[in-house]
Write a protein of this length. Sequence first.
Length: 270
Amino acid sequence: MLIAHLSDLHISAGPPETAPVRRDAPDMARLIVADLMALPQRPDAVLITGDVADGGSVADYDLVRRILAPLSMPVMVVPGNHDRRGPMREAFGGMVPYASPDALSAGTLHFEAHVAGARIIGLDSLVPGRVEGVLDTAQLDWLEHRLATGTAPVFLMLHHPPFPTGNAHWDASALQKGRERLGQIVQACPAPVRLLCGHVHQAFHTQWAGGYAAVGGSPAFQYGFGFDERAEPPLIDAPYAWWMHHQRTNGSFAVHPRVVTLPSRDDLPR
């Protein structure tokens, strides 16, 4: 089984609303899609951990759908802080089994799906109008019930990382409520849980709550290393790396980086 993890495409039908986003972000997303489809062994599913759109408009999601249309495998998305629930549900509700709008609270876009022997669970940490994320009691109750049983590997999607990144600027806008209980639920799960996040715009792996966790980078803009907790990490031009998870038949797994070269911002027309 192969699972691809992407994040933070920030696709916009018009000028980007977020200052660092590349003007050619839609073209960068097209490069990633073309790279996925050119692989000799394509993933069984593509998981995108939020901020698929930059402004969250209907036009943005129409463009997102067109850009992702060449992907022949299931595509699962959860919202990030730049997404909007209503337009996102309208755009992806036919592909992602989101809970009904009246379930839990505020119509959150949480879901559970089954792909190639794995369980894909998505959580919605969006707080409209805010950069940081929250998981409320209702979603955590729902997740706890889902993870209490079963032995199939779980890919848990969440935009805002609940774990420390090592940089105060990133941590201040990460998951601010629900992280302790989320960790307890993940640690108690009888099956292996792989937590996939976004938001930080720098790809890295870590261990959290007794298991594997990762942040996907962003082809829209990327930060350099942020090990100095006092300083905001610098923006950089660098190849984009996305993660390919390989679940082997013996139960073991490996995570491989796939690097895609992006044109420099300096080469963009003025």
